[in-house]
Design a protein around this ligand. Structure first.
Ligand SMILES: Cc1ncc(COP(=O)(O)O)c(C=O)c1O
Length: 438
C-alpha cells in the first residue's frame, strides 16, 4: 500500500476517498501482483491496452534488444529501422491508408488527425471547410481539441467555455433511447440528421467518430451498417471521415481493423493503446494518399505538416509494436478472440439475472454492465462513495482489478486471456456486484 504522504496525484480520482493505493510491483500473465504478494486478474487490461498479459517475454526481448542499440532518436531530419518497418506493417493492414504519423498517446493522435484534416482543406484552397461534426458522447481523449470534438459532458462540462465549437449529432445510448425507438430506428434517424447537415452545410471539414462503438461515452455499440452508411454519406458530400480506433481496433471488438469489418472507408484513422501490446505509450495517425498528397509542394508553399513530438517514432515503442503485430499473426490472435468472446455470450444471462443489472452491452472482448437502482426507471446506481471506489474495493477482495465508468462495470480484459481466466473474471464480477448491491 502507498501511504497518504505519497506525492502522486491519480487520474479521474477524488483523492480524499482513498486512504492508500494498492502498489503493483509486478505482472504475471493476466495477473497484477501487489507489494503484499496479492494477485488480481487485470480485468481492464491496464486501461484497455494490454494484449498478451504482463511480462510477455517476446515483447520484453524486443524492448531490450532495441534499447541496447539506441533507446531514442528522432524523426526530425532522421529515420530509424523500427519506425520504417512499423509504418509499412500498419499501412499493409489498413486498406486505403498511405502514410503513418507517430505520436505519444491516443489524445495526441486525435489532435494530429484534426490538424491534418483542417490543413488538408487549406492546402486544397478550401479554407472555409473548418468545422467538425461528430456523434454525441464520442470520446477522443483529454486534450483541448479532443475534448472539443469528443465532448462527454460528465467529464468535460467544467471546460465547456474554453472548447471550440463542433456540431454534435444527437446520438443516444441503446439503453436510453428517446420515445421508445428501437436502436435501429434511432440510428436511422441519426443518419437522416447527418445527411441533412451535410446537405445544408458546406463548411464541414470532417466527421469524427469512434470506430465500431463508443467506449468512454457509455459502451454504445453501433448497429450493423451504421458506420458504413456514415462513411458513404461523407464520400457523397465531400466530408472527410476521421475514425478513432484507439480503443476499439486491434482486436478489442473482434477484428484487427474495425473499419474494415464495418465496411467503412476513412480518410484518416488513429490507433493507440494496444498498438504496443500495452507495453510502451505510443499512437499512430494514418492518412490516405489523397490527404497526404495535398501536403506536398515547394517548401515555400508552406503546405507541410505543422506537428511533431519529441518522441515521435521512438524506436523502443516501434520495436515493441513490431513484435506485437508479428505475434498477432503468429498466434492467430483475432481467431482466438472470436472464440474466447463466446464465454461472455454464454454468461450474459447469469449476469443479467443480478437485481442491480439494468443492461449489458457486449462485443468481442468488451462488456459493459450497467448498474441501476431501479430497473424500470433505469436510474443509475449510486453509493455514498463513488461507484468506482466501491466496486474496486470489493473486486479486489475477489481477486480481480476493475475500474468502472460511472455506473458501468467495464470488463475489458487482455485480449489473449484464456477461457478459464475469463470465467474467473466473470465469477469475480458477479460476486462483486452481488456483494455491494444485495
Ligand atoms: C476512443 C478513444 N480515443 C482516444 C483516447 C485517448 O487515449 P489516451 O488516453 O492514450 O490519450 C481514448 C482513451 O481511452 C479512447 O478510448
Amino acid at each position: 500500500m502507498v501511504k497518504p504522504q505519497s506525492s502522486v496525484w491519480h487520474p479521474y480520482t477524488q483523492m480524499s476517498e482513498w486512504d492508500s493505493f494498492t502498489k503493483i510491483v509486478k505482472g504475471q500473465g493476466m495477473w497484477l501482483v501487489d507489494s503484499n504478494g496479492n494477485k488480481m486478474l487485470d480485468g481492464v487490461a491496464s486501461m484497455w491496452c494490454n494484449v498478451w498479459g504482463h511480462s510477455k517475454k517476446e515483447l520484453i526481448y524486443a524492448i531490450k534488444k532495441q534499447s541496447e542499440k539506441i533507446a531514442h532518436s528522432s524523426l526530425f531530419n532522421l529515420t530509424n529501422d523500427q519506425a520504417e518497418l512499423l509504418a509499412k506493417k500498419l499501412v499493409n493492414i489498413s486498406p486505403h491508408m498511405h502514410k503513418v504519423f507517430y505520436s505519444d498517446d491516443g489524445s495526441t493522435a486525435m489532435e494530429v488527425s484534426f490538424k491534418i484534416a483542417l490543413q488538408y482543406w487549406q492546402n486544397k484552397g478550401e479554407k472555409a471547410k473548418s468545422q467538425f461534426a461528430t456523434l454525441q458522447n464520442g470520446y477522443h481523449g483529454d486534450t483541448f481539441g479532443a475534448m472539443s470534438v469528443g465532448y462527454v459532458p460528465g467529464f468535460f462540462s467544467k471546460f465547456k467555455d474554453q472548447l471550440y465549437k463542433t456540431i454534435q449529432i444527437p446520438f443516444a445510448n441503446s439503453y436510453r433511447l428517446p420515445n421508445n425507438t428501437t436502436p435501429a430506428e434511432h440510428q436511422n434517424q441519426c443518419l437522416g440528421k447527418i445527411e441533412k447537415l451535410f446537405s445544408n452545410n458546406d463548411k464541414i471539414a470532417a466527421f469524427v467518430m469512434e470506430s465500431g462503438a463508443q467506449m468512454a461515452g457509455g459502451v454504445n455499440i453501433y448497429q450493423d451498417g451504421f458506420q458504413g452508411k456514415i462513411s458513404s454519406l461523407c464520400k457523397k458530400h465531400g466530408v472527410l471521415l476521421i475514425l478513432d480506433e484507439i480503443a476499439t481496433g486491434f482486436g478489442r471488438l473482434g477484428s484487427l481493423v474495425e473499419y474494415v469489418s464495418q465496411n467503412s472507408r476513412p480518410d484518416i484513422v488513429s490507433y493507440g493503446k494496444m498498438l504496443t501490446g500495452g507495453y510502451i505509450t505510443m499512437a499512430a495517425t494514418l492518412a490516405s494518399k489523397n490527404i497526404y498528397d495535398s501536403f506536398l509542394g515547394k517548401y515555400s508553399d508552406m503546405r507541410h505538416i505543422y506537428h511533431g513530438h519529441t518522441f515521435t517514432g521512438n524506436p523502443l515503442s516501434c520495436a515493441v509494436a513490431n513484435e506485437n503485430l508479428d505475434l498477432y499473426k503468429k498466434t492467430n490472435l483475432i481467431k482466438k478472440i472470436q472464440k474466447t468472446s463466446k464465454v461472455f455470450e454464454k454468461r450474459t444471462q447469469e449476469i443479467m439475472d443480478l437485481k442491480a443489472v439494468g443492461d449489458i452491452r457486449h462485443k468481442g472482448m468488451l462488456m459493459g454492465i450497467e448498474l441501476v437502482r431501479d430497473r424500470r426507471k433505469k436510474t443509475p446506481i449510486s453509493f455514498k462513495k463513488s461507484t468506482n471506489k466501491v466496486i474496486f474495493d470489493e473486486a479486489k477482495k475477489n481477486g480481480i482489478y476493475l475500474r468502472t465508468l460511472g455506473n458501468i462495470v467495464m470488463l475489458v480484459p487482455p485480449l489473449a486471456i484464456s477461457e478459464s481466466e475469463l470465467n474467473y473474471l466473470i465469477d469475480g464480477t458477479i460476486r462483486t456486484i452481488k456483494n455491494v448491491t444485495e
